[in-house]
Ligand binder design. Structure first.
Ligand code: MD3
Ligand code: FE
Length: 212
């Protein structure tokens, strides 16, 4: 449902500590996409395996000092891309600048991300409800940037069984998750088929974290 609060340039605080900045990434869309291509040319997208043995439908890569990984041994952050054996690519300046600007607007002026997880959803991919618990410092917020195909984001509560708010996320939207919302369950509904004029047949999500 589109209303006045959902137009580009608006800011909506929809939960304690959670702020949605509609369209904040739009002025930098081309540079952001070029930076995703640069990172994933070095550390390609891959479908990781959960500790339970399931292959994720979302393909992932990382940049920054640390990257999020999962395999049969567990979930964790690491400095080395296990696929290449090399450090993750450096965080592009355009990534860091956007994340810091978004965090400052949302009330977190000192946020300096050291990890950026890049999620790629092709149509039919989804992310089931989970909490982000692998970061060392839960006082730091998480900043997320959505590019490409739209998706319905599910924002739950502190328990997996709590009811979820459905939030449509579009190309260019940025969200900041801190304070009381930092440990809420969240996920992404199955992405519907489509083609975005700039990004193609996929949704990209950048999540910036202070992991170390
Ligand atoms: C709310 N990614 O990578 S980003 C993830 O769209 C993840 O790819 C989703 O959840 C995506 O872990 C959602 C928005 C997000 C990220 C972290 C949160 C929302 C959050 C942490 C706490 C609460
Ligand atoms: Fe998450």
């Amino acid at each position: 449902m589109l209303d006045l609060f959902d137009l580009p340039g608006t800011e909506r605080r929809f939960a304690e500590g959670a702020v949605l900045l509609r369209g904040l990434a739009l002025p930098r869309e081309a540079e952001l996409l070029a930076a995703v291509e640069g990172v994933t040319a070095v550390s390609p997208f891959r479908h990781m395996v959960t500790p339970g043995g399931f292959t994720m439908s979302v393909a992932m890569s990382n940049c920054g000092a640390a990257g999020w990984i999962t395999d049969r041994r567990g979930y964790r952050y690491g400095a080395i891309d296990p696929e290449t054996g090399n450090p993750w690519p450096a965080m592009p300046d355009v990534f860091r600048a956007l994340a810091m600007n978004a965090a400052a607007r949302a009330g977190y002026p000192g946020f300096t991300p050291d990890a950026c997880l890049i999620n790629r959803y092709e149509p039919s991919a989804r992310m089931t409800l989970h909490q982000d618990k692998n970061e060392r410092d839960y006082a730091a917020p998480i900043v997320s940037v959505s590019l490409g195909l739209p998706a319905t984001f599910l924002f739950g509560g502190k328990e997996r069984s709590d009811k979820t708010l459905k939030l449509p996320l579009q190309h260019g939207d940025v969200a900041v998750w801190g304070g009381a919302s930092r440990m809420n369950f969240h996920g992404v509904n199955t992405v519907a088929d489509g083609v975005h004029p700039l990004v193609g047949r996929r949704r990209l999500n950048l999540t910036f974290r202070k992991a170390l």
